[in-house]
Design a protein around this ligand. Structure first.
Ligand code: HEC
Ligand code: HEC
Ligand code: HEC
Ligand code: HEC
Ligand code: HEC
Length: 350
């Protein structure tokens, strides 16, 4: 009797321990999967208003789970204990990448990435000749195929064409260590990208002390291929599709120092002049770091390690409420509003 009690207690202890060290999906299989897509004759794969059977037997597709209730206000939906981050919801607290609600009507196409599952962009010109503005290589991305993941999207293994196959296994992977080696162990399933996923307030950037940490490096780099981010940085990921905005090429950025011909990224703040005043991390215009092992509210301009300009210093990732996916209203007619983010670094320009 006593022996079996110890046995039971140790099993419970083991289960609790496992669920704490791993950050993968949690909850009953039935919260997310359906074996036959039928229960008492009714369909079960209906998440987010989707219909039809899904690969990997899930109860919705990417958008079905991650835009579960677009008129609801929850930025994280709780399905019987399984927490699902919401990339499109009607609340005011957008997740760190933004909120696709801003592009969900045709008037707002310029506020974000118009993935086809949410709102197929009807202006072919926005994709340019190579599939995205500033694309160095032919991407093959069109209004009709622009996806969340895979070859025509951002998440997953971009060497794999199919959206679901490109992330397969990631949701159940132990992502306790982000090493960029697989989709599941990459920052936010962006294969090859490093970073620190906020565990305090998951999927959100809240304050200087409560935010994700983004990987950067001091030295602009052209070596992003279409499937591998240069130096495992977040800007390198953007460079997979917008390579000309992330390079050392003299014809594109002007080289590696001032004067620039495109705004630098993966470049450390100078320790002198106006930049020296950016010392407290800003969630309006955040910086990337070479070391992403801990969340910090400190920035040391000229330190070359924790003070790096990145694409996400100025842009959101999914969609924001501002023109060109900016983090603030750069096209405002009120100067202070327009400069809100620029001023975080260019502290003397106002
Ligand atoms: C909170 C949602 C969620 C729960 C709960 C969940 N899964 Fe999954 N599972 C997914 C998603 C999403 C995918 C497809 C994408 C992927 O593989 O990353 C998936 C894929 C899979 C796959 C194929 C990929 C792989 O890892 O081999 C298997 C098998 C699987 N799940 C089994 C299970 C079982 C068994 C349970 C219950 C113990 C379970 N899942 C619970 C979301 C969930
Ligand atoms: C059945 C529901 C379901 C489906 C389908 C699903 N997801 Fe998820 N997804 C989840 C849940 C639950 C989490 C949170 C747990 C986690 O981080 O793995 C999550 C987390 C994520 C994350 C954040 C990972 C992190 O590091 O925090 C990304 C990115 C993501 N999913 C992308 C996708 C893409 C792309 C697809 C389609 C190919 C997809 N998901 C399909 C349920 C789903
Ligand atoms: C898979 C390729 C791909 C990746 C990776 C990618 N983008 Fe894009 N981006 C596109 C495409 C395609 C467009 C044009 C279509 C559109 O705007 O919806 C675009 C457009 C944009 C626009 C203009 C938006 C508009 O509506 O005018 C901005 C800004 C942008 N991307 C920033 C980024 C940033 C920042 C990153 C990295 C976090 C990034 N992109 C990563 C493909 C990509
Ligand atoms: C995260 C910090 C950061 C933000 C935000 C930022 N910049 Fe910069 N900017 C820099 C750094 C660092 C340089 C390069 C300075 C150098 O090389 O001496 C730079 C360079 C420039 C240059 C070129 C200067 C030269 O010497 O060639 C211009 C112009 C500029 N920024 C304008 C802007 C504007 C406008 C905004 C807002 C839309 C902005 N920046 C936002 C950090 C930032
Ligand atoms: C200093 C702020 C800043 C940084 C850093 C920055 N951008 Fe931009 N980006 C802008 C602004 C402002 C615009 C609007 C057009 C303009 O002023 O050039 C823009 C426009 C864009 C566009 C739309 C181009 C078009 O044809 O409409 C894309 C795509 C883009 N940025 C991607 C990136 C990528 C990728 C990175 C990192 C490699 C990046 N941006 C870094 C501020 C920035």
């Amino acid at each position: 009797m006593k022996k079996s009690l110890i046995y039971i207690v140790s099993i419970i202890f083991f289960i609790v321990l496992c669920s704490q060290v791993n950050a993968e999906v949690a909850g009953n299989c039935a919260n997310c999967h359906t074996m036959h897509n039928s229960q008492s004759g009714s369909d079960m794969a209906t998440y987010g208003g989707t219909s039809g059977n899904n690969p990997c037997l899930t109860r919705g597709d990417c958008i079905g789970c991650h835009a579960y209730d677009t008129s609801g206000t929850d930025n994280v939906v709780n399905i019987d204990g399984s927490l699902v981050p919401q990339v499109w919801h009607n609340g005011t607290k957008d997740l760190a990448a933004g909120n696709f609600k801003y592009i969900a009507s045709n008037d707002n196409d310029r506020k974000g990435h118009n993935v086809a599952a949410i709102d197929p962009e009807d202006t072919a010109a926005m994709f340019g000749t190579n599939g995205a503005p500033g694309a160095e290589n032919a991407l093959g991305i069109t209004a009709a195929n622009f996806s969340c993941a895979g070859k025509y999207g951002c998440h997953g293994d971009r060497a794999v064409t199919d959206e679901i196959i490109s992330v397969k296994g990631a949701h159940h992977a132990d992502d306790g260590t982000i090493d960029g080696m697989s989709t599941g162990t990459s920052y936010r399933f962006l294969k090859g990208v490093l970073g620190l996923e906020n565990t305090n307030t998951p999927w959100q950037n809240i304050s200087p002390t409560d935010h994700n940490e983004y990987k950067g490096i001091n030295g602009p780099d052209t070596t992003s291929s279409t499937t591998t981010p240069a130096n495992a940085t977040i800007s390198g990921l953007c460079g997979e599709c917008h390579g000309y905005y992330h390079g050392t090429n003299t014809t594109e950025t002007g080289g590696t120092t001032s004067p620039w011909i495109r705004h630098p990224t993966d470049f450390s703040l100078p320790s002198i002049g106006e930049y020296a005043s950016y010392t407290t991390y800003s969630i309006v215009a955040p910086v990337a770091r070479t070391d992403v092992s801990a969340v910090s509210d400190t920035v040391n301009p000229g330190g070359t390690t924790d003070d790096i300009v990145m694409c996400l210093s100025c842009h959101g990732a999914h969609a924001t409420n501002f023109y060109k996916l900016m983090r603030w209203e750069y096209d405002s007619t009120t100067l202070a509003t327009a400069l809100e983010g620029c001023n975080v670094c260019h502290t003397s320009k106002n």
